[in-house]
Design a binder for this molecule. Structure first.
Ligand code: GDP
Length: 386
């Protein structure tokens, strides 16, 4: 039996407050506090060179983050480079420390190990860093989180379903990080070709039991219904603009016309951006902690991480067992969080109760003093009358 289960949970008592304490301000305080501390989001991009990854990052964050597209990797280098860069973005009093990890050189050789190992090593190294910080009793909020929260995997606009390389990559990494497959250079496909390609990709993902985000992970499913029909997102990136109805819009210009990045008739860019930034960024961070990192940590505790990305403790199990392990890891982490929340709530209630008792004692002391003064005044009045 775990030692924790021997500790009795604190008794919960409902208290009806006599006067408002402004507990309702707590969420606002939380928002103010969280705004003071920068948010951290770490995004990795992988996929063949030239699929528009750097251009896409610039388009996604609407800033020239990645410069020199195309000139990032020395052709002579026989392995993938890992290039993390951190940017500080600031909007409406919120600071976002965004780290983009580029992986130039991917798919340039026919060597899978040279493509996959540097990426796996980088991801594991960040989990290790986090684990060390946790073991040194650092509070979660103070740990510098460099773990990859989302991995955008770019598929070429071939229209032919997943290649062996894609299947191997996605299978290996889908249990390690939140992986989101996207079709790069989506303007290379007609709407019909794009629809067929998506169908073929979804079929291949299901056939190979590849668990991608958000289909297999996101908790927050309310938001997802509207995105699901666009998955896998087909995206177009551009560093250029055109003027349409007097407004500057990002677009790729061709002799026959322009493909507008933010036009949902032209590609799924806006839906992917909405999911990544507006609705699911926090869920990606939470899923990384509760699912992928928990799995890594439990794998570390039960032995070293295996070479295929699954922790050793879940290496030998089938997919149902793997799902169970994931659910268990998530449940343990959720229970831990709930317990901490409950402890904080109880502390708060007991502080409120102490304060109430203190106020009551003060009120009684004042009443006694007042009574004593009244008695003295009465006695004086009686003496004067006499
Ligand atoms: P990366 O190597 O995957 O990072 O690709 P880059 O972003 O460097 O882009 C390679 C080339 O593709 C550049 O010439 C870009 O202008 C072009 N490109 C980027 N995004 C798109 C796109 O969505 N559609 C098309 N047709 N070209 C693109």
């Amino acid at each position: 039996m775990a030692a924790d289960s021997l500790i009795p949970l604190p008794k919960s008592v409902n208290v009806s407050l006599k006067a408002p304490l402004n507990i309702g301000e707590l969420p606002a305080q939380k928002v103010r506090r969280s705004k003071r501390r920068p948010y951290v989001f770490n995004l990795m991009v992988a996929g063949d060179s030239g699929l528009g990854k750097s251009t896409f990052i610039n388009t996604l964050f609407n800033a020239p983050l990645r410069e020199n597209p195309g000139a990032k990797h020395l052709a002579s280098v026989q392995t993938v480079d890992i290039q993390p860069t951190t940017y500080e973005l600031f909007e409406e009093n919120v600071t976002l420390h965004l780290t983009v990890v580029d992986t130039p050189g991917f798919g340039d050789t026919l060597n899978r190990d040279a493509d996959f190992n540097p990426i796996a090593q980088y991801i594991d190294a960040q989990y290790d860093k986090y684990l060390k910080a946790e073991r040194s009793d650092e509070k979660r909020g103070n740990i510098l989180d460099s773990r990859i929260h989302a991995l955008l995997y770019f598929l070429p606009p071939t229209g032919n379903g997943l290649r062996d390389l894609d299947i191997e990559f996605l299978s290996r990494f889908c249990t390690k990080v939140n992986i989101i497959p996207v079709i790069g250079k989506g303007d290379g496909l007609s709407p019909e070709e794009s629809a067929m390609y998506k169908k073929a990709i979804l079929k291949d993902l299901a056939r190979n039991d590849i668990r991608t985000y958000p289909t297999h992970h996101a908790e927050d499913r309310d938001h997802l219904a509207k995105f699901e029909k666009f998955i896998p997102f087909s995206v177009v990136g551009s560093d250029d603009y055109i003027v349409k109805n007097g407004v500057k819009v990002r677009a790729r210009v061709y002799r026959w016309g322009a493909v507008e990045v933010e036009n949902e008739q032209h590609c799924d860019f806006v839906h992917l951006r909405e999911m990544l930034i507006r609705t699911n960024m926090q869920d990606l961070i939470d899923t990384t902690h509760l699912v992928h990192y928990s799995l890594y940590r439990s794998g570390k505790m039960g032995g070293e991480s295996s070479s295929n990305g699954r922790p050793a403790s879940v290496l030998a199990c089938d997919d149902d067992m793997y799902d169970n392990q994931m659910q268990n890891a998530k449940k343990v982490a959720m229970d831990e969080m709930k317990m901490k929340e409950e402890q904080m709530r109880q502390n708060f209630i007991s502080r409120v109760r102490d304060k109430e008792a203190e106020l009551r004692a003060r009120e009684e002391a004042l009443n006694a003093k007042r009574k004593q003064m009244m008695d003295e005044i009465d006695a004086m009045r009686r003496q004067l009358e006499m």
